[in-house]
Design a protein around this ligand. Sequence first.
Ligand code: FEO
Length: 391
Amino acid sequence: MKAVKISEGVYWVGVKDWNKRVFDALIPLPHGTSYNAYLVIGSEKTALIDTVNPGFENELGEKINGVKGIGEIDYMVMNHAEPDHSGAIPYLLERNEKAVLVATKKGADIARAYYDVPEDRVMVVKDGDEVSLGGKTLRFIEAPWLHWPETMFTYLVEDKILFTCDFFGAHLAGGFYDSDVPDIMTHAQRYFGEIMMPFSAMARKALQKIGELEIEMIAPSHGPIYRNPERIIETYGRWSSGETREKVLIAYVSMYGTNERIVKELAARLTAEGIEVVVYNLVNSDIGEIAKDLVDSRAIVLAAPTVLGGAHPLAVHAAYLVKALRPPARYALIVGSHGWHGRSNEALLEVLKGLNLELLGTLDVHARPGADDYNKLLRLTNLLINKVREG
Ligand code: FEO
């Protein structure tokens, strides 16, 4: 694949990583991903915005050289220092004697640590600073903690293109523009849940900042380029403001079927009441899908058996992820089961401590669910339905 022109003098020079299946040694990538980098050519200067993951340097280099030599780049703009976007900086520095790395102050510090960028090759920029390439102006917009402390956006003033790196991204190798991917918002939601949700407050600030810009194209560094940016901006506004739906996410582990029976009963009653329900058996669930559904679920139900004096480890892992991702859900139910001593509920509540969740109740079934258990489940389910409907 060669460089792709996305506007006059602006080229996509990124790579598609179709085979990547796990990100950050944690997040499954069922659809691979892309590392988008962009070459912006003015009448006097040339800038590269972001680079690619280590291992793809030659592919990046070939694309750049197909448009303009690597040695002719004047600015390497680093919107984000994480290696999937900045890992090719050492490769480029070796092949270019003049380019300076453009980054926030924090970004410059991180780049020195990760990529051995010499002091005289760094240009620190602040919010609103501009660099002219000749007929093309790059304006830098500080947008910290999306999702590292150094993150920024770059706005190409004349073309009205906003380069946002991870923000507005999607882990998806397929498709080039948003119109190529019919379910792009589902991919974007998953990505938001995995990466941006814990930083929703910073996302709101960034959205407020870019609200003043005229934007014709959003060019993130993962996934498709948005030629219709309004929808993703509006949707990010809802997600980052914590807007939830009448939706309950249930994640469970069941060793001998007890929790599964409880969960199925609960899910059936919620569904019958018109509440949207998503159910994940944690034995074989994709945590990226769970992250996606945490973005707009109003309530969370965790169900786990007691194992070795605590909750089943898969449920502990799920509870830990819920806490780390800081979803906007407002209500929780915790369900346990045990053979002789119930400890799972307290173990899960300990993990979730500190989250702004209202615990509606717990249920701990001894061996097999009996009439008392189903009666309690009914009461809890009715309470859950009322709360979810209240908003
Ligand atoms: Fe795609 Fe935070 O790196």
